[in-house]
Design a protein around this ligand. Structure first.
Ligand code: ATP
Ligand code: MG
Length: 403
């Protein structure tokens, strides 16, 4: 049916069946996240209730296509189904199905199928019988349509739940996984590249709330880099509930560090101090782990030795969900979630000015130990976090600076 005509949306839930005793907590969190999205897209007075383990949203004003898309970004949900809702009276089913067909653009539709799910087993007519009978009536009324059981052009679904019957012809796939807020809080190290936004999305799907952190090499790179990060955060924020972006003005510190260390070690040490700032921010906002877009062997700072050395000198757990993915696999996810076209805008996110000519591939523990012994930069780290620019990110992806 045409978007903008549905007053009801069914939201199917993903992995919640795994959760046994914790189920009420998962439902509660998901409901809160759904309501936050509705509020962020400006929808008020919408009833959100649970019917046979699905969320059903019902509104007086129809849901727009934007509303439907916003709802289909919520982790923990499996799919979003715009539907017509009728009472549990079998004789009204056909007219609702006919209306659904009449409101569908049939330009490329020759074949159809009726698919019935009788979740409420007290309903006396069996699924197969409903599908057959309603299917026959459709053929009578719409002689141009032919029934086809495998891969039809149009599938009309009839869901018989506890309180109502729902008619639908469209199902939008959602991210699945777990609701954000059920699995801890991460500091997401977000660069302007392809990888870290994908890492963020993957952990949103695992239910992790995130605070985004960008190290801005200002004044060595320009404002456009910051804008790029804001755009990426706006997309990633839609897979969160409410989150925040911290922009750390890192350029002067990078210059200072570059003078203190061997040139070859700059990249590894930049990374190490980013982790250090991340740990300070984690304490401040009560996060339990850091998240990066590292993929093993992709660049010099991501050799096994360098990753291990960075971990050795950092207290917090670091999540690297892309560690075993190939670049092409990461790109595919980036395209699916909509970050790819922003990530490839060719601005220098780090600063090539300070990049070593021969970055070290196997950092020596002894050199790093001596360096940390001789250089206490803790106050610099704290100062960097204290002076960060902070933005609230709402579930519709709108950023507002926190003053
Ligand atoms: P990406 O595509 O995410 O930029 P990359 O392949 O360019 O990754 P690196 O530049 O080595 O790899 O960065 C590895 C990880 O370190 C990034 O995925 C990100 O999590 C973190 N990181 C790098 N630069 C920054 C930055 N300026 N601000 C925040 N995090 C960063
Ligand atoms: Mg990068």
């Amino acid at each position: 049916m045409i978007a903008g005509m549905y007053n009801t949306i069914i939201i199917n839930i993903d992995e919640l069946w795994l959760k046994g005793k914790n189920r009420p907590f998962y439902f509660k969190t998901l409901k809160k996240n759904i309501k936050a999205v509705l509020k962020a897209v400006g929808r008020k007075n919408i009833s959100v209730y649970i019917e046979n383990h699905r969320f059903v949203l019902n509104a007086e004003q129809p849901f727009s296509e934007e509303n439907i898309i916003a709802l289909s970004n919520i982790p923990g949900t499996n799919s979003v189904i715009p539907a017509a809702r009728i009472g549990k009276d079998y004789k009204n089913v056909f007219s609702a199905v006919a209306k659904e067909i009449e409101n569908t653009d049939l330009t490329n539709v020759e074949t159809f199928r009726i698919f019935t799910r009788r979740v409420d087993k007290h309903f006396t007519i069996k699924s197969m019988d409903v599908s057959k009978e309603i299917g026959a009536m459709v053929i009578d009324k719409f002689p141009d349509l032919k029934a086809k059981m495998v891969k039809p052009d149009l599938q009309i679904e009839i869901r018989i739940l506890k309180d109502f019957i729902y008619i639908s012809s469209r199902k939008i796939t959602a991210p699945g996984g777990l609701p954000v807020g059920t699995n801890g809080h991460l500091i997401t190290m977000l660069s302007g590249g392809i990888d870290s936004p994908v890492a963020s999305y993957l952990m949103s799907k695992r239910g992790c709330k995130q605070t985004f952190m960008f190290f801005y090499a200002y004044p060595m790179v320009g404002e456009e880099v910051k804008e790029k990060i804001e755009k990426l955060t706006s997309i990633l924020g839609r897979y969160q509930c409410w989150s925040r972006l911290y922009i750390i003005k890192f350029g002067d510190f990078q210059k200072k560090l570059s003078k203190l260390c061997k040139e070859d070690y700059r990249t590894v040490l930049f990374r190490k101090y980013m982790m250090e700032c991340g740990s300070i921010l984690a304490k401040k906002v009560d996060a339990q782990a850091l998240l990066t877009g590292d993929s093993l062997g992709q660049v010099s700072s991501q050799t096994l030795t360098n990753i291990s050395e960075i971990d050795h000198f950092t207290d917090l757990t670091i999540f690297r969900p892309l560690v075993g993915l190939n670049k092409i696999e990461i790109i595919q996810i980036a395209k699916n979630i909509g970050t790819y076209k922003i990530s490839v805008i060719p601005f220098d996110d780090a600063c090539s000015m300070l990049a070593p000519r021969h970055p070290v591939l196997r950092s020596e523990r002894q050199y790093l130990e001596n360096f940390f012994e001789e250089n206490d930069l803790n106050n610099d780290m704290r100062e960097l976090v204290e002076t960060a620019e902070i933005y609230d990110v709402d579930p519709a992806g709108v950023l507002t600076e926190v003053i």
